[in-house]
Write a protein that binds this ligand. Structure first.
Ligand code: GAR
Length: 192
């Protein structure tokens, strides 16, 4: 009998620390979770997230990012082999091509550390602090061909205090990220 009847097969793509991966593993281990994490792919051989996956006995693969086409083709093969239904980008710092998105043909989610559509791209916390914003937050959205621009699934905000700096803001936002990523998956998979 299948161990995870009805659960969707997820692949998580990472480039580094893997704290969001950890939160997704925690959710996937719940009896009533809707997902099974079948595969973790990293473009960075030193990503701490690869260790996290290993410890949880999840198939983890480093794929060298010699060029986009090569990385994406090798990833697509693995995604197909593992019958992946949904990709979750979790601190994956490369931009997927239009061709990859089209070829995969199933949903791809990304988590971004700002209140999109504000502050797309890199160094969000630095920019937010520099612009003296009163609020920041995190967003989970569908990946489309435009950077950080797909349909928003969930967004949650956090108040920025005068005493906050890039590090304290990052910590606060990360806490929100860990909470909303599993929620976004549930929302997507249940159409709620
Ligand atoms: C997270 O803050 C995530 O939102 C951000 O990288 C961090 C990864 O942390 N992603 C992006 O900026 C994507 N453009 P983690 O490796 O501990 O999950």
């Amino acid at each position: 009998m299948e161990k995870y009847p009805g659960k969707k097969n997820i692949a998580v793509l990472i480039s580094g620390r893997g704290s969001n991966l950890k939160s997704l593993i925690k959710y996937s281990n719940k009896k009533k979770s809707l997902i099974k994490i079948k595969l973790v792919i990293s473009n960075n051989i030193n990503a701490k997230g690869l260790e996290i996956a290993k410890k949880s006995k999840i198939n983890n693969q480093y794929i060298k990012y010699s060029n986009k086409k090569n990385f994406e083709n090798r990833s697509l093969k693995l995604l197909k082999k593992n019958k992946i239904d949904l990709i979750c980008l979790a601190g994956f710092m490369k931009i997927l091509s239009k061709t990859f998105i089209k070829k995969f043909s199933k949903p791809i989610l990304n988590i971004h550390p700002s209140l999109l559509p504000k502050y797309k791209g890199l160094n969000t916390h630095y920019k937010v602090i520099k612009n003296k914003e009163k609020y920041s937050g995190a967003t989970v959205h569908i990946v489309n061909k435009e950077l950080d621009s797909g349909k928003i699934i969930i967004q949650e905000q956090v108040k920025i205090l005068k005493s906050d700096n890039v590090e304290t803001l990052e910590k606060k936002v990360l806490k929100i990220e860990h909470k909303i990523y599993p929620k976004a998956i549930i929302k997507l998979l249940t159409n709620s």
